[in-house]
Design a protein around this ligand. Structure first.
Ligand code: ATP
Ligand code: PAU
Length: 306
């Protein structure tokens, strides 16, 4: 049998590892976490995400020590270096939810209260550029992102720069929002979430993941991903698509059956192809893999030891 670089935990074994977590959730925290995603169960937070936040807290403390060692070696005053966590995985696997839960949990640890969250969606080229390059049906593929700008962004944050800006993407208009940016200033931790964060390639000599201190791949079977994508599409049909400014407004009046077909064809022709060609092959680059089953329940965790 080939040697695996990962330690494998089933859910029960993993949840044991929260035992020493001196972190309890107040009623207010619970309400806050509920607000992130009403489908997220609190068992999930306690059994999966609390142990993960404990592990990350230990890594952050060690990394801060190492950065200080380098400064001491250089004879420089100690400077704070942001700890960067990348979260990768397919469309609809739940990257944003995982990122928000971790942001909420990590910001409660006393030694790193400022946890910022950025999605790589903002680095997609605007539709105008994608249209000109014939890439409107390749959104999410490597060539649909301004990879240089994304790399610059992460490098700037890592180097301790203040006021680093990122463009903003709107799922409602399905496009970059003109003249809007988010600003990140010296966070203790930056969580960068996106399909592409573990990808390497293109013309650049450095990769976004060169700046990661930890990385997570959220994983699930294709059939589950397909159903999560379709369910979310149907939910959006009843909500966001009804707004006239929605890019998919013309789909709001479809029957559920027809909407399911439209969602399935977008899934098959765009997101599944991207998953197979560009996203799934990056899974084994992650430090930790969260393996989800039905209802988004994490069934197993794989932690890289080598
Ligand atoms: N832990 C969870 N428990 C229950 N439901 C979840 C969980 N995580 C995600 N979901 C549901 O799965 C769907 C996709 O989640 P989310 O938007 O977080 O995914 P994503 O990977 O960021 O997707 P995309 O890349 O398409 O934006 C949503 O409908 C969300 O409510
Ligand atoms: C914006 C991305 C690429 C990533 O979040 C994705 O949500 C997307 O829009 N994919 C293109 C096909 C689709 O509309 O699902």
């Amino acid at each position: 049998m080939p040697v695996s670089p990962y330690l494998h935990f089933d859910r029960a074994a993993w949840s044991e590892l929260r035992n020493a977590t001196p972190l309890t959730l107040s009623a207010e925290d619970v309400a806050q976490l509920r607000g992130l995603n009403e489908a997220l169960s609190l068992d999930e937070v306690a059994e999966v995400y609390l142990p993960l936040s404990r592990l990350l807290n230990l890594y952050v403390a060690k990394a801060q020590e190492l950065f200080r060692v380098t400064d001491a070696f250089l004879g420089k005053p100690a400077a704070m270096v942001p700890f960067v966590i990348g979260i990768a995985g397919s469309v609809a696997v739940g990257k944003s939810t995982t990122a928000r839960v971790l942001q909420a949990l990590l910001s409660r640890w006393p030694d790193h209260p400022k946890v910022d969250l950025v999605t790589t969606d903002g680095f997609l080229y605007p539709n105008r550029v994608l249209e000109a390059r014939g890439l409107m049906r390749r959104k999410g593929f490597p060539e649909s992102y301004d990879q240089r700008r994304l790399l610059r962004f992460v490098a700037d944050i890592k180097s301790g720069r203040e006021g680093v800006t990122a463009p903003v993407y709107s799922h409602l208009s399905y496009d970059i929002v003109p003249d809007e940016v988010i600003t990140v200033s010296k966070p203790d931790i930056l969580i960068l979430e996106g399909l592409n964060v573990l990808q390497r390639g293109g013309a650049e000599r450095a990769f976004v993941s060169d700046f990661f201190d930890f990385s997570i791949y959220v994983d699930a079977d294709e059939a589950l991903l397909h159903s999560w994508y379709t369910e979310r599409f149907l939910k959006l049909k009843e909500t966001a698509f009804r707004r006239p400014e929605s890019y998919f407004h013309h789909l709001a009046s479809l029957s559920d059956e027809r909407a399911r077909e439209v969602a399935s064809s977008i899934w098959r022709e765009i997101n599944l192809v991207n998953l197979r060609e560009n996203i799934a092959p990056t899974r084994e680059r992650a430090r930790l893999i969260l393996r989800k089953g039905a209802d988004h329940r994490v069934q197993a965790v794989h932690l890289r030891k080598l």
